[in-house]
Write a protein that binds this ligand. Structure first.
Ligand SMILES: [Zn+2]
Length: 445
């Protein structure tokens, strides 16, 4: 629905001889286009922001995050990093030591004649564990990490079906978790939180899946249903957001304030980090680069629309093209991947038709990345995901096409191609769980 501001419909009442801004009426012509947008003095002027400190996490969480991100750090260095006095940090550190979240460790070599050896701070990795689960095709994965983010065990299982019922999806998550905990030799009681990722549109705040290509049901309150089924608090998110969290917490994005992640596997996803934080959008539903239209009335996408980017560069789109080139059909996703490998081999051997498939998809990818640059101006775009082995798609000549647009004047962001393997999605999900559990333990939520 289109909302109109009341003052733009009816205009602002004015005194005779004065324009709405209070200027003499002979100046009204030049100010008239702006007059309707000017608020009355009682309404104030300027952006209405929350008060200072209301949006920042509590100091305990900031201290904890500072120590965790540095590994080992002295109290003095924590204070310097946060720009607060050592006395301010001391009380927060005492609380974190008392709860067991932080521990004191050897701070390095003792200076002769300087009394006690230096003491530094580190997180206690064993205060609890978190699990990350990624439900996908043709495999689903799960990872267990400690509270310092180190992976302890992982499980990969073939997905039973391309599209699952809600019950089937919950069964799959439960099976992955059971095998994960058995492999780690831990009981589920040691888990503080679980992160669950899947492709599709996920409302993070509401904990609902609005649409997913792997789920037969429409809108589903998956966070609550998965929490009930697994017996532990579950957080859910779109899988591209989780890969972005992975890049932000332990990947190339750790030191980058602003960057974009584009994921390509069975679908095409995107995550955006602004000022070191994942941006989920005003409605917390994430960014859908894969479903931006790149061709009017184009190829049919899984979402039901035509001409989506995903319908030209994702696995299933390439497999569709491969079927034509190879004269074969691909009944399921596992065979999609086999066909793509075959197509890749043909292209590498110089087959013109096979090369043309990758070249066309590469041009659509370049178009999408150029759009990301035009819209968001990120410092870096990380092309990330599990199946980036089709190097023709990411060939230098494809990516270098992006920098040729005149409007960028040669200032294109850095492009990193990052083939992590399947487990990165689940590690991203574990990172979400770690973030939420840390909020709870440090009193930030
Ligand atoms: Zn689509």
């Amino acid at each position: 629905m289109l909302h109109r501001h009341p003052s733009r419909q009816g205009g602002v009442p004015t005194a005779p001889g004065r324009c709405p801004t209070g200027l003499p009426s002979d100046m009204a012509d030049t100010t008239a286009p702006f007059a309707a947008a000017v608020a009355s003095p009682e309404e104030g002027f300027g952006p209405i922001r929350p008060g200072v400190g209301t949006t920042a996490p509590p100091l305990r969480r900031q201290v904890y995050d500072t120590v965790r991100s540095h590994g080992v750090l002295s109290r003095l260095d924590v204070a310097k990093h946060l720009g607060v006095s050592p006395a301010t940090v001391t009380s927060a550190v005492s609380e974190l030591l008392a709860t067991g979240l932080l521990v004191e460790v050897d701070g390095g070599a003792r200076t002769p004649g300087r009394g006690r050896p230096p003491v530094a701070l580190a997180v206690d990795p064993g205060i609890g564990y978190v699990a990350g689960i990624k439900l996908s095709n043709p495999v689903s994965t799960a990872v267990l990490t400690d509270f310092a983010g180190q992976p302890l065990a992982s499980v990969t299982l073939p997905a039973a079906r391309t599209v699952r019922s809600l019950e089937g999806l919950l069964d799959e998550a439960a099976e992955l978790l059971a095998q994960l905990m058995a492999r780690a030799g831990q009981s589920a009681d040691s888990l503080l939180s679980i992160g669950l990722g899947l492709p599709g549109t996920v409302d993070y705040t509401a904990g609902e899946v609005l649409w997913s290509p792997i789920l037969s049901t429409g809108s589903v309150a998956l966070r609550r249903l998965a929490s009930d089924r697994l017996g532990i608090q579950v957080e859910i998110d779109n899988d591209a957001n989780l890969v972005t969290l992975a890049e932000l917490w332990f990947g190339a994005g750790r030191k980058l304030p602003d960057f974009a992640v584009v994921t390509i596997e069975h679908g095409v996803g995107m995550g955006l980090v602004i000022d070191h934080q994942l941006y989920r959008g005003a409605n917390r539903r994430g960014l859908e680069l894969g479903h931006t239209t790149v061709q009017l009335d184009g190829a049919l996408c899984r979402c039901g629309q035509r001409g989506c980017l995903e319908a030209y560069v994702s696995d299933y789109a390439l497999a569709r093209e491969a079927a034509t080139v190879l004269g074969q059909t691909a009944p399921d996703i596992a065979s999609h991947l086999g066909m793509l490998e075959l197509l890749h081999d043909r292209a590498r051997d110089g087959d013109a038709a096979a090369r043309a498939v990758f070249a066309r998809a590469g041009r659509y990818l370049a178009l999408a990345l150029a759009n990301v640059i035009s819209l968001y101006d990120p410092s870096t775009i990380i092309v990330s995901g599990a199946r980036l082995q089709f190097d023709f798609l990411y060939a230098d000549n494809v990516l270098s096409e992006i920098g040729r647009q005149k409007i960028y004047a040669g200032r294109v962001p850095r492009l990193d191609v990052n083939a992590w393997g399947d487990l990165v999605w689940a590690r991203g999900a574990a990172t979400l769980a770690l973030d939420v559990a840390t909020d709870r333990l440090t009193g930030a939520a």
